[in-house]
Ligand binder design. Structure first.
Ligand code: MN3
Length: 238
């Protein structure tokens, strides 16, 4: 077993992988941009083709390029999955490297996740029976959507609105700044597992919605991929 295989093996056991997909692993060149699971215009009219194209080929690509640059030559970080890097990001030193991983690695993880929880309008299906039960326990679908909207609007500047499975196994709605991901553990709190996250950076909606973040978030549910979100829920509970 060479060093890279050892690291990969060690990495796989270190955290419960929510999204154990090949696109989130490193190869010899580091991380690479995953293909979108649909065409750039597939989410029209909710998210326009130009936004999707720039968001995927420019913004997401830039996070990956900057992440690869940041971890190049750092044997401790190479070979780890993006999820493991982000879950344990607070223990990375020095601080400049930690910040680069949280921002750019978070950008890679969050965007990969975001593409996969969307589907063309009318093709997203319905929540699984288990997830539907959890949403009922939360207070119902309308309350969930209202709280996600409030989280999105309450996030000053750039960030994300999330639905996560918290420590007690119940659904919670949270928001994070910048490219922070809820799986990152802090001193006071273990990581939480996201099942849904909406990008509320202006680059995600400005071309079509301009300053109307609320309209974008309300419309977003039309492209929610409930099959993928339900799978995330099953993995987060498992
Ligand atoms: Mn984005």
């Amino acid at each position: 077993m060479n060093r890279r295989e050892m690291l990969l093996t060690a990495g796989a056991g270190a955290v419960a992988l929510l999204w154990p997909r090949p696109s989130l692993a490193q190869d010899a060149k580091g991380f690479t941009l995953p293909k979108l699971p649909y065409d750039y215009d597939a989410l029209e009219p909710v998210i326009d083709k130009m936004t999707m194209t720039i968001h995927h080929t420019k913004h997401h690509q830039a996070y990956i390029d900057n992440l690869n640059k940041a971890i190049a030559g750092n044997a401790d970080l190479q070979g780890k999955s993006i999820e493991e890097l982000i879950a344990n990001a607070r223990s990375i030193n020095p601080m400049t490297l930690r910040t680069a991983v949280i921002n750019n690695g978070g950008g890679h993880l969050n965007h990969t996740f975001f593409w996969e929880i969307m589907a063309p309008k009318g093709q997203g299906g319905e929540p699984s029976a288990e997830l539907a039960k959890a949403i009922e326990a939360y207070g119902g679908m309308q309350k969930l959507k209202d709280d996600v909207l409030a989280a999105a609007l309450g996030r000053f500047g750039s960030g994300w609105a999330w639905v996560v499975v918290g420590a007690n196994g119940a659904l919670e709605v949270v928001s994070t700044a910048n490219q922070d991901n809820p799986i990152t553990a802090t001193q006071n709190r273990p990581g939480r597992k996201p099942i849904l996250g909406i990008d509320v950076w202006e680059h995600a909606y400005y071309l079509k919605y301009q300053n109307r973040r609320a309209d974008y978030v309300k419309a977003w549910w039309n492209v929610a991929n409930w099959k993928a979100i339900s799978e995330n829920y099953a993995k987060a509970k498992g």
